[in-house]
Design a protein around this ligand. Structure first.
Ligand code: 13P
Length: 250
């Protein structure tokens, strides 16, 4: 059985003061959650959020991680630095980074390997654009991204990995994939994992849906057999909304 995992991706939102306010509100609300709860927050807020959530059921993540240990990589933040401030997860290969900051399947792979090397759990994002979906290329794209992301990652390491299927056309647009569309593509991603690692490993990997997931649509998305969680953007910025997604069955 895969334990569901609901993660917030704050993106470039919340100063430290704003982050503290939100986390103080959220902590008592989600304390009895049955799923894993993660907040992926801007680098500058990680230490403060980690401190506030220390003895709680909320884990903290970064929104990216460097692919090298240390050195001349201006503007990058290493896995060791993230661990030091209390992060245990890192989002890798979000479509915003692929589209605006030159992230490729190869850099996603390098960052994933680096996260695993330092014991950070990667949340690896894959997903097609509207043009790719309309061109019938969804499976081809998520297969390429999945195989690319996990090149040289072992089956044992895959137990630490979370995948987020985020159709680019559903992110921040209010357009959600239908429950069946999301489940179908996630099941396909699992079949790609099965061909890489075998059925047992594939069945163990948690795959989230992301893209306009909110209090109104989370229950039916989460009821799908292959959807193991959500990566939540906009709805993670309000404690009440994020709490409702965490309690998706209520
Ligand atoms: P929204 O929930 O705002 O659509 O963002 C989804 C996302 O990109 C999470 O990583």
């Amino acid at each position: 059985m895969r334990k569901p995992i609901i993660a917030g991706n704050w993106k470039m939102n919340n100063t430290i003061a704003e982050a503290e306010k939100l986390v103080k509100e959220l902590k008592p609300l989600v304390k009895d959650a049955e799923c894993d709860v993660v907040l992926c927050v801007p680098y500058t807020a990680i230490a403060a959020v980690a401190k506030l959530t220390k003895k709680s059921n909320i884990a903290v993540g970064a929104e990216n991680v460097a692919w090298a240990d240390k050195g001349a990589f201006t503007g990058e933040i290493s896995a060791a630095m993230l661990k030091e401030v209390g992060a245990t997860y890192a989002i890798i290969g979000h479509s915003e980074r692929r589209q605006m900051f030159g992230e490729t399947d190869e850099t996603v792979n390098k960052r994933t390997i680096q996260a695993l090397k330092y014991g950070l759990k990667p949340i690896v994002c894959v997903g097609e654009t509207l043009e790719e979906r309309e061109g019938g290329k969804t499976e081809e794209v998520v297969k390429r991204q999945t195989e690319g992301a996990f090149a040289n990652v072992t089956a044992t390491e895959m137990a630490q990995v979370v995948i987020a299927y985020e159709p680019v056309w559903a992110i921040g647009t209010g357009k959600t994939a239908t429950d069946e569309q999301a489940n179908e593509t996630i099941a396909y991603i699992r079949s790609v994992l099965a061909s890489l690692y075998g059925e047992e490993t594939a069945q163990g990997v948690r795959i989230q849906y992301g893209g306009s997931m909110n209090p109104g649509n989370c229950k039916s998305l989460m009821a799908q057999p292959d959807i193991d969680g959500g990566l939540i953007g906009g709805a993670s910025l309000k404690a009440a909304d994020f709490n409702k997604v965490v309690h998706y069955n209520a």
